[in-house]
Design a protein around this ligand. Structure first.
Ligand code: ZN
Length: 433
């Protein structure tokens, strides 16, 4: 008997056949059981062939929001009976309206197994002890990520947020090898170590692996290097997901900085032009908005769902050195975080790379936009590194670097070290007033 090969290692031709089989079943199910898609498709039967999926209209987050407002609590995109719902997550979006994410037992199990593929690709396994430091209260990043970590076979310590001094002692006493948290959390830890543990350095804690997600700045090599030098651990983006679709379906491996899309057998991806919504080719070098379709989902199946994430495809068709056939991509930004300056599309990720190339800065920054634009320059606030004096020269140099790297004119205001807030969750880089 041969060992089962996990789908992210299988030949893409085999995966294509699996996708097609699953879509046949899922299309029938959605057409029969989802009032939301019945209305959106206006009685037209979904195409049998996946290649013809673009004949169907797109769906998006605002439609789901309206659906939940009109049909609380699950929305009329609930395709199963309410009794089948076995787990409920709530996320508070930027609009403040909480979204209710319903999973059947099967949906939840699949979510854990797919997430585990991503965490495994990032280097986590049965030999590890991982402390999970995300908020467990209702959202997916807490409990559901916990389940993905466990499904790798690692020993998982459920920690949650806060209690940073106790966390440092726990890491020491249990000889923990890996930490799962937001990319901005290590800075909070560093501050507490400096204040409460004299003589201790972050790398003395012996962590070997930092598993992060949730913030795009992590893909910046300079930011990662700074973290790796301070902590002595490998920094991996282990956790890319879209809450309405899958909690975690992409991660970096030890060989490649790009994210591996490890859910092809259960999730069908497309690329569209974010402005015109027209389909784009799924090939290396293309940049567009990621659109996703569930191929196996009980409770809230989505078809041609616009994620709002702009990605660039980097590894389609060629397997990675790690052996995974999974296509690779980079997240360029959110379509709604995009700042248009004199016709140029600027994303905070691009800005982070430039900001982090200055050792005089702490790496914390934000863009404050007044009004709706159009904007003729980028108003940037950047924070100084600890112990470094501000200078007009430096502000001008940063402005020049942004012009060189992104093409936009920036007005740079330097702030004292510590002036910008450190958060345990997502740090907002673009503030609109
Ligand atoms: Zn790889």
């Amino acid at each position: 008997m041969t060992a089962q090969v996990s789908p992210e290692f299988q030949a893409l031709s085999d995966i294509k056949a699996i996708q097609q089989d699953r879509w046949c079943e899922q299309a029938k199910y959605v057409a029969a059981a989802s009032p939301f898609y019945q209305a959106l498709w206006q009685g037209i039967a979904p195409p049998e062939r996946l290649e013809e999926l673009s004949l169907l209209p797109l769906s998006d987050k605002s439609m789901l929001r309206t659906s939940q407002q009109n049909h609380p609590p699950f929305g009329d995109y609930l395709a199963s009976s309410a009794e089948l719902v076995n787990r409920l997550h709530r996320t508070s979006g930027t609009t403040g309206q909480a979204m209710n994410l319903a999973l059947s037992a099967k949906d939840a199990l699949q979510t854990a197994l797919i997430g585990a593929r991503a965490q495994s690709a990032a280097g986590l396994g049965p030999k590890d002890r991982v402390v999970h430091c995300l908020n467990y209260q209702m959202w997916m990043g807490g409990f559901t990520d916990h389940c993905t970590l466990e499904a790798t076979g690692a020993l998982v310590i459920p920690y949650g947020v806060g209690g940073t001094e106790k966390l440092i002692r726990t890491i020491q006493e249990l000889e923990i090898t890996a930490i799962s948290c937001t990319p901005s959390y290590p800075k909070v830890l560093e501050k507490v170590i400096t204040e409460h543990f004299p003589g201790l350095q972050p790398h003395d804690l012996g962590l070997k692996l930092g598993l992060f997600g949730g913030e795009a700045g992590l893909d910046d090599p300079a930011y990662r290097k700074r973290l790796e030098d301070t902590w002595g651990f490998k920094v991996r983006n282990a956790n890319y997901g879209v809450s309405d679709v899958f909690c975690n379906f992409a991660s970096q491996c030890e060989n490649n900085n790009d994210l591996h899309f490890i859910a092809l057998d259960v999730l069908y991806p497309e690329l569209i032009d974010p402005d015109t919504a027209q389909p784009m080719a799924w090939k290396d070098g293309e940049t567009g908005e990621l659109v996703l379709t569930h191929l196996e989902r009980d409770c809230q199946p989505l078809v041609r769902f616009r994620t709002g994430d702009i990605i660039t495809l980097t590894g389609v068709g060629e397997p990675c050195a790690c052996g995974r056939t999974a296509p690779r991509f980079r997240v360029v930004g959110r379509s709604d975080d995009m700042i248009v300056v004199r016709g140029l599309n600027i994303f905070p990720t691009g800005l982070a790379a430039t900001v982090n190339s200055f050792p005089e800065l702490s790496g914390e920054y934000r863009v404050i936009l007044e009004g709706h634009g159009p904007f003729d320059h980028l108003p940037l606030e950047a924070e100084m590194a600890n112990g470094i004096e501000q200078s007009e020269r430096l502000a001008l140099d940063i402005g020049d670097a942004i012009k060189r790297d992104l093409g936009a004119t920036a007005k740079v205001a330097l702030l004292d070290h510590g002036a910008l807030p450190r958060t345990e969750g997502k740090t907002r880089r673009v503030i609109r007033k």
